[in-house]
Design a protein around this ligand. Structure first.
Ligand SMILES: NC(=O)c1ccc[n+]([C@@H]2O[C@H](COP(=O)([O-])OP(=O)(O)OC[C@H]3O[C@@H](n4cnc5c(N)ncnc54)[C@H](OP(=O)(O)O)[C@@H]3O)[C@@H](O)[C@H]2O)c1
Length: 326
């Protein structure tokens, strides 16, 4: 039986030095994202972009980081992943201002219980946690590739994921119905299972990476995802009070600090090698796909999602040559 308590984790090994490197951290206005940014500066990243939806919060984080590292180059840029337009504005501005990108940390995320739609027409958790991250990555991959060419070292994309993806409603509570598309399923009111939607949205990220690794080699960019375990951040503040109180008690006993979560994040982004490409890491170890993903249904959904995501992205960005439908 797994232990209630989470195992100890270790910081980055000595000797990591990101001097000369530019990193983007999404969701860098609170929780794990702030710590990722702080630790990137600790290992001497030359430029760190705080990609945030709330510029006032982002500026406050920037000031606090600068107080500890006055020589650092830290920029705050607007990014609201509820809306593709914001993603496109962000990547356009970034590419105009920067000729290199070494590290993209796709960390912004939500876990809301109310069904809400975004300006893109998709359910909010799916939009923020999955679809906008795919667009961000596709928009920035050419720059990550050219940076790898220039430096001779692989660039990196790391998504903050969650082990909860195994608890997807697709596995039992709301399976895909015949004739439904995957994205249509998650947009529909009938298939909304409030307590599983966070898991659903994180499942989509893992399915996309598992399919992507069949098409994209790891020679220039390593793309991976990790779960930091239960972390003491504000994420559970969205829960109703009757759940928040017991959750806070559990968190007090077992949750990791954002600092430790960022150790795990930076392990995936810096220490893990090409063997982690297209993989899901639980803490620092590569984990086998969950039962649903290995099932015939899971494999079918993985392929459908890939094809539907290509269609969705082809309306928004240039689809690279390595992407083709399955
Ligand atoms: N906490 C955990 O136990 C846990 C476990 C596994 C995985 N994770 C993942 O860790 C990541 C970070 O979460 P956290 O625990 O640090 O929680 P958090 O403190 O709530 O941080 C979430 C971050 O995402 C940002 N964000 C939310 N919606 C956004 C949007 N539409 N556009 C841009 N940014 C947006 C938030 O911005 P605001 O500051 O403006 O709200 C905040 O910076 C998430 O992907 C989460 O799913 C967390």
């Amino acid at each position: 039986m797994p232990s209630f308590f989470q195992p100890p984790v270790t910081p980055l090994p000595n000797g990591v030095n990101l001097h000369g490197q530019t990193a983007i951290v999404t969701g860098a206005s609170s929780g794990i994202g702030v710590e990722i940014a702080r630790q990137l500066l600790e290992v001497k990243a030359s430029t760190v972009i705080l990609a945030v939806r709330n510029l006032t919060k982002g500026e406050a984080v920037r000031r606090s980081l600068l107080a500890a590292k006055p020589e650092a180059v830290i920029k705050v840029m607007k990014l609201d992943t509820e809306d593709y337009k914001s993603v496109q504005n962000f990547t356009k501005t970034f590419r105009a201002e920067h000729s290199e990108l070494h590290l993209l940390m796709l960390n912004a995320g939500i876990g809301t219980l109310k069904r809400e739609m975004t300006p893109t027409g998709h359910e909010k958790n799916v939009q923020v946690n999955y679809l906008s991250n795919v667009l961000l990555m596709l928009e920035l991959l050419p720059l990550l590739n050219s940076t790898a060419d220039k430096t001779g070292a692989r660039a990196r994309v790391t998504w903050t994921g969650s082990r909860f993806h195994g608890a997807t409603a697709l596995a039992n509570k709301a399976p895909l119905q015949s004739g439904e598309t995957v994205l249509g399923h998650f947009d529909s009111e009938e298939s909304f299972v409030a307590f599983a939607r966070y898991a659903d949205s994180k499942l989509l990220c893992v399915l996309f990476l598992y399919e992507m690794r069949k098409h994209l080699a790891s020679d220039k960019v390593i793309v991976n995802t990790f779960c930091p375990g239960m972390v003491n951040s504000g994420m559970s503040d969205v829960l109703p009070i009757y759940l928040r109180l017991p959750m806070n008690a559990i968190k007090a006993l077992r949750a990791r600090s954002p600092e430790k979560a960022a150790w795990i994040a930076l392990n995936a982004a810096i220490v893990a090698g090409p063997e982690s490409h297209g993989e899901f890491l639980g803490d620092k170890a590569i984990v086998e796909p969950v039962a649903y993903i290995k099932s015939a249904d899971g494999q079918k959904v993985q392929k459908m999602l890939w094809n539907e995501t290509i269609d969705e992205m082809s309306r928004l960005t240039t689809i690279p040559a390595w992407i083709s439908k399955v």
